[in-house]
Ligand binder design. Structure first.
Ligand SMILES: [Zn+2]
Ligand SMILES: [Zn+2]
Length: 208
């Protein structure tokens, strides 16, 4: 009998446990004014999100109309000689952006070109397109850090560390002829990192 009572008490305790924890953890109630401000802010945020979505739809419709037959493609020319340095291609139906740097650079002994493709959201697609179209490559370069996609289950960035041949200090890209890379080795012969130096003398680490 006594044994049963103990069990009952303990059952009751565990039954109320979540409520007790909830009560202890609960935040102090917000005042009327705070509640009003919060609702107002939430409404404003929803309005802004809707507006952004509408703008995105409009831009997408315009892009789709303008480029029904051709894949829009933007070329960033080399600041030193005018040759092609970077090509950005937009696949509207697949919402895919491909970026190719037309330089071969030696990394860890291998010659490789930077070539990335990412499937992006409608909003990212229109934003990147507008930046490329208006020649805002510096902004595109920074913006693109956030463009991610999944490849073989791994998350990759469209530009891993920004374009390998884009000099942030010059706000310009450079072609293969004007893209000198310098691998740096430690005293014992181990590969350390690679720098590239633009024609103006700005140095950037492109591999570590
Ligand atoms: Zn050049
Ligand atoms: Zn530079």
């Amino acid at each position: 009998m006594i044994y049963g009572d103990i069990l009952n008490t303990s059952n009751l305790f565990w039954y109320f446990m979540p409520f007790i924890v909830g009560w202890i953890m609960s935040e102090p109630e917000e005042s009327k004014a705070e509640q009003k401000a919060r609702i107002k802010k939430e409404k404003q945020e929803r309005r802004e999100a809707r507006k952004k979505e509408e703008v995105t739809k409009k831009i997408l419709a315009r892009i789709e109309k303008e480029y029904t037959k051709i894949k829009p493609c933007f070329v960033i020319s080399c600041k030193a000689c005018g040759d092609n340095a970077v090509v950005v291609t937009f696949d509207i139906t697949g919402r895919k952006i491909t970026v190719s740097t037309l330089v071969n650079y030696t990394l860890k002994g291998n010659i490789s070109a930077q070539n990335h493709a990412a499937k992006v959201s409608d909003m990212e697609f229109t934003e990147a397109f507008e930046l490329a179209k208006s020649g805002e490559y510096k902004k595109l370069n920074y913006f693109s850090h956030g463009l991610t996609t999944y490849k073989d289950g791994f998350r990759i960035y469209l530009f891993e560390d920004g374009l390998k041949n884009f000099c942030k200090d010059c706000n310009a890209a450079y072609c293969h002829k004007h893209h000198n890379t310098y691998p740096v080795y430690e005293d014992d012969g181990w590969y350390d990192y690679t720098d590239w130096v633009c024609p103006k003398g700005h140095s950037h680490m492109i591999d570590d």
